[in-house]
Design a protein around this ligand. Structure first.
Ligand code: AMP
Length: 109
């Protein structure tokens, strides 16, 4: 079982920001910005390459809800998903990074 599947199953502790039937948002263990949250589908998909629009139908509103909850929605934020080796993906379970809390420069990530 992969690391994020273990987090979904609560076998590994995490700081959960928001959760619903399909998705989980947790604090990144090594934050790259004042707010750095990961949103993950509870179903295992290796990366963005492996999902369909149907799989992701709730993800957009879930990310918007997370941004609102941690109060970065008004000032702005960045959403990133790394895909595969060249994309710099380290954990092979689809996740979207939500970064905010300061003015982000381009190239830090
Ligand atoms: P990526 O390089 O896109 O695969 O990002 C993986 C992210 O997962 C990195 O930002 C890590 O800091 C984060 N990460 C790794 N292990 C954990 C964990 N146990 N809890 C929370 N975040 C984690």
């Amino acid at each position: 079982m992969c690391l994020f599947c273990k987090i979904v199953n609560k076998e590994i502790p995490s700081t959960i920001i928001l959760e619903n039937e399909d998705f989980l948002a947790l604090e990144d263990i090594s934050p790259k910005a004042p707010s750095h949250i990961l949103t993950i589908p509870k179903t295992h998909f290796t990366s963005f390459n492996d999902v369909t629009p149907q799989n992701m139908s709730g993800m957009t509103s879930f990310i918007q809800e997370v941004a609102k909850k941690v109060k970065i929605d008004k000032d702005g934020y960045r959403v990133i998903t790394n895909i595969g080796e060249n994309g710099g993906q380290e954990v092979p379970h689809l996740h979207f990074h939500i970064l905010g809390g300061k003015k982000l420069s381009w190239g830090n990530f």
